[in-house]
Design a protein around this ligand. Structure first.
Ligand SMILES: [Zn+2]
Length: 108
């Protein structure tokens, strides 16, 4: 198990976890109930956390949640490998891990 993400807002933590699950990364949310009443922020030592089950997934998991936090100002892109749609903030396909190729989408 490895901690990959923590945030005082449980909704964002849950969103991160579901994003990882969509990417075939097994994870679990901890401190889920530490935040107290809805809308209240937890003290820093009790923030909800996302843990990946397999440590070798951690690097990819961190990339995915980092991508989630960036503002979206570009259109989605389609993976040339598996044809999944990816948010513009992703550098790699959430589905198969293929890297984005801007050049190939604009060519031809
Ligand atoms: Zn793909």
């Amino acid at each position: 198990m490895k901690l990959v993400y923590t945030h005082p807002n449980l909704a964002i933590v849950v969103q991160a976890a579901s994003l990882l699950e969509q990417s075939q990364i097994k994870c679990e949310v901890r401190n889920e109930y530490a935040a107290g009443a809805i809308g209240e922020l937890a003290p820093i030592n009790a923030w909800p956390e996302v843990w990946v089950v397999r440590e070798h997934d951690a690097t990819r998991a961190i990339k995915i949640v980092e991508g989630m936090q960036q503002p979206v100002d570009a259109p989605d892109w389609r993976c040339r490998q598996c044809e999944s749609n990816n948010p513009a903030t992703f550098d790699i396909c959430w589905h198969c891990g293929e890297e984005i190729s801007h050049k190939e989408t604009s060519a031809e």
